[in-house]
Design a protein around this ligand. Structure first.
Ligand code: DAH
Length: 344
């Protein structure tokens, strides 16, 4: 019996050492130490032994069992560490590989133009004001000297939500809202960027929704020359130091006198397709704030005067970047947008 046990031990220790993985090792454990295994069988047969032999045999079985258990444990530790090593090797990261490039977007061209204009005017002491896109007829038209039935309303046909509520057609109502907040006291110096809406059919130069920046300065002794100097600084910043501006008489109900402002073309006046051979490009509308508008907004027009201007970012961006169709700004074609990305 002793011999048999020794043999069992040798066999089990060998098999444990030869196990290829944890499953095989567990099979060895079950085969030799399990309930139906040979070691248990020997223990069961101990009843048949004499009283002297029994403790001797018992001790031997324990030694054998411990030896097998130890062999299995040792192998288990080495298999587990092998498994970890293997996993580490498989999951190792080659830090010398080149990284995956992160795709960076860029600001939309209209955002760029808006921010550039904001920067310029903030640098000249203006603050940025905002107003609602759903506007009251009163602020959008009436308080800007465009009473109901005024023919100039036709040029700015829009989307009405109710007879008194509409999608604003320009950023000019923010002039009125800002002046009312100042309660008749100057100076007022704001620009207001924002979306505006018109009932227009979309084509290369028209969009039913676009962006404007309004400017308003109200104070004592504000003159036309202040307007001209301001717009000259604007033109040079946006289009280049060689550009000139030209004021042409025009009409807006909320300014008197009113002007259209042209910027000299980049062709230097020779005439090209952009300026249609004239050497000048129309960029914005402006004028001296009409006394009626000042009065309706609570300012004494005998003390205060002001100038205002309004421009479309789409038009500015089209001229600045040579874009020939306003729809490019809204169709989000990446081939278009990527040209304005931060990597230049
Ligand atoms: N609101 C005008 C428009 O959308 C643009 C404009 C013209 C604004 C003259 C002004 C201004 O403030 O003085 O057509």
């Amino acid at each position: 019996m002793e011999e048999q046990l020794k043999q069992l031990q040798d066999e089990a220790v060998m098999k444990a050492a030869a196990a290829q993985d944890l499953k095989e090792l567990n099979d060895v454990r079950v085969a030799y130490l399990g309930k139906k295994g040979p070691v248990t069988e020997v223990l069961k047969g101990m009843g048949r032994l004499s009283a002297e032999e029994r403790p001797k045999m018992g001790a031997l079985v324990n030694v054998v069992r411990e030896a097998i258990t130890k062999a299995i444990e040792t192998k288990q530790v080495s298999l587990e560490s092998e498994a970890i090593q293997k996993q580490l090797a498989e999951e190792s990261i080659d830090v010398t590989l080149p990284g995956r490039p992160v795709k960076l977007g860029g600001p939309h061209p209209l955002t760029r133009v808006t921010e550039e204009i904001e920067d310029l005017f903030i640098g000249m002491g203006y603050t940025v004001a905002e107003g609602p896109e759903v506007e009251q007829d009163y602020y959008n038209f009436e308080a800007l000297n465009l009473p109901k039935g005024h023919p100039a309303r036709d040029m700015q046909d829009t989307f009405y939500l109710t007879p008194e509520l509409l999608m604003r057609t320009h950023t000019s109502p923010v002039q009125v809202r800002t002046m009312l907040k100042h309660e008749g006291k100057g100076p007022v110096k704001i620009i207001c960027p924002g979306k505006v809406y018109r009932r227009d059919s979309d084509d290369a130069t028209h969009s039913h929704q676009f962006n404007q920046i309004e400017g308003l300065v109200v104070g004592e002794n504000i003159r036309m020359s202040d307007l001209k100097g301001t717009l000259d600084a604007f033109a040079k910043k946006m289009f280049g130091p060689d550009r000139e501006i030209r004021l042409r008489p025009s009409f807006f109900p909320f300014t008197e006198p009113s002007v259209e402002v042209d910027v000299s073309c980049m062709c230097g006046g020779k005439g090209c397709s952009i300026c249609k051979g004239t050497g000048w490009i129309e960029v914005l509308g402006a004028g001296m704030v009409h006394p009626n508008v000042l009065e309706m907004a609570g300012f004494d027009s005998t003390v205060y005067s002001g100038f205002a201007f309004g421009m479309g970012q789409e038009r500015i961006a089209m001229l600045k970047y040579g874009v020939d169709d306003i729809r490019h700004f809204y169709t989000n074609d990446l081939r278009f947008l990527q040209q304005f990305s931060v990597h230049e």
